[in-house]
Write a protein that binds this ligand. Structure first.
Ligand SMILES: *Cc1c(COP(=O)(O)O)cnc(C)c1O
Length: 383
């Protein structure tokens, strides 16, 4: 590993204790992924064939009906939304994002308003919120369905148990009764492995995942869904734009053949690796970090038991003394030497109260656990 490639540009690398985040470049590709991408570059193939065969391969790997590789989960959401609105009608495909005369309302529950909903409106859709901030019911969903409703959106996050939100089961029940498709953002729900087909097998029509979470190129993601919707998603893509000369909204969301091969290879590794080993390593990394912090006055530290999702375990830090804020620690680490990024957790309104932080083992290279632990201890003692 050479720092020179970055230092030549005047950039000092970061120690990643925050997890797989877009702001730091996603995840690290295993050597097999890099090798496969290198080989992919030695010849040309028709991109439509590559997309089709790679999608079929992933669908079989996941135990799902069909799959389409996209430029991240963000594009997966955009292409799915466009596919729901225009179907296989070429006139409508070229009309988007102008939705005049097209059913364009996507229903989203109040408790799931979030950062990535912009990926839906990008295609021209309007979001219609249902439910109150406190509680969302089947009746709320039922009542919000109107003339222009085209689909229902659901954000899957199995690491958060929100008893006030409408469940996917209930969402599907009401949507199906009203002949509406359901789209799911399951970007980070890549473990347990059954999650990669679970939501579509439950009846969701199109489920978006981010391949950044399992060592694929950061720029890749995919939609898992029915054969029918996946065919329509493909019609929105940059490939369809060039091959069929039908100008869909997906043209700027291009990926290259190396990235598609990288995503396929990373998925193959992810589905076949020893996850007990992976989780044990994550837990070990966390306990090394926690051992540096234990016993510091006014600081609680625990290793999270969580093994589901893309970012297992984690060191959870809370403060018991008044007037102190973990945001100061976050800032000190960010501006220190070496530079270290960590996460202070937000409340539901997106505010940081500074009393809760989480250190992720996901992006730490060997030996960095000791560095993060000792730097954290140093700063926590100053509070
Ligand atoms: C990361 C993420 C996205 C966006 O995925 P990209 O692959 O970065 O485009 C969307 N939704 C959720 C929940 C995510 O975590």
């Amino acid at each position: 590993m050479s720092k020179k490639i970055y230092s030549d540009l005047g950039i000092e690398p970061i120690i990643n204790a925050i997890g797989s985040v877009t702001l730091l470049g996603g995840s690290t590709q295993p050597p097999e992924v890099i090798d496969a991408m290198q080989s992919a570059q030695d010849m040309y193939v028709p991109m439509d064939e590559l997309e089709e065969k790679a999608g079929n391969y992933l669908a079989e790997l996941f135990g799902a009906e069909a799959c389409y590789i996209t430029s991240g989960a963000g594009s997966a959401l955009t292409l799915t939304t466009a596919a729901f609105m225009s179907g296989d009608n070429d006139d409508l495909i070229v009309q988007l994002p102008d939705t005049t005369g097209i059913k364009d309302e996507i229903l989203i529950q109040s408790r799931q308003r979030y950062h990535y909903e912009r990926c839906l409106t990008y295609a021209g859709a309007k979001l219609v919120e249902f439910g109150s901030k406190d509680q969302v019911t089947k009746d709320d969903l039922e009542r919000s369905i109107g003339e222009k409703t085209v689909a229902v959106h659901y954000v899957a996050n199995e690491t958060i148990n929100d008893p006030s939100a409408l469940t996917l089961e209930d969402t599907l029940e009401v949507a199906k009764k009203n002949n509406l498709p359901v789209m799911v953002d399951a970007a980070g729900q890549i473990y347990p492995l059954s999650n990669l087909s679970k939501y579509s097998n439950m009846g969701a029509d199109a489920v978006s995942y981010a391949a950044k979470y399992f060592g694929a190129p950061h720029s890749t993601g995919f939609v898992v869904g029915t054969k029918d919707i996946i065919r329509k998603v493909a019609l929105q893509s940059f490939i369809s734009y060039e091959m069929r000369r039908v100008r869909g909204v997906g043209r700027p969301q291009k990926i290259d053949r190396q990235e598609i091969i990288g995503a396929v290879t990373a998925a193959k590794i992810w589905m076949n690796m020893n996850h007990e080993d992976r989780l044990a390593k994550a837990e070990k990394t966390c306990s090394v970090i926690a051992s540096h912090i234990k016993g510091i006055e006014g600081v609680n530290v625990e290793i999270q038991e969580n093994t589901i999702g893309h970012d297992p375990h984690g060191v959870r830090i809370t403060l018991t003394k008044d007037g102190a804020s973990l945001i100061d620690v976050q800032e000190a680490l960010k501006n220190g030497n070496p530079r270290i990024w960590m996460r202070c957790d937000q409340d539901l309104d997106g505010n940081y109260d500074g009393n809760l932080a989480r250190i992720s083992p996901f992006g730490l290279y060997p030996g960095e656990d000791e560095i993060v632990g000792s730097r954290l201890a140093e700063e926590l003692k100053k509070l």
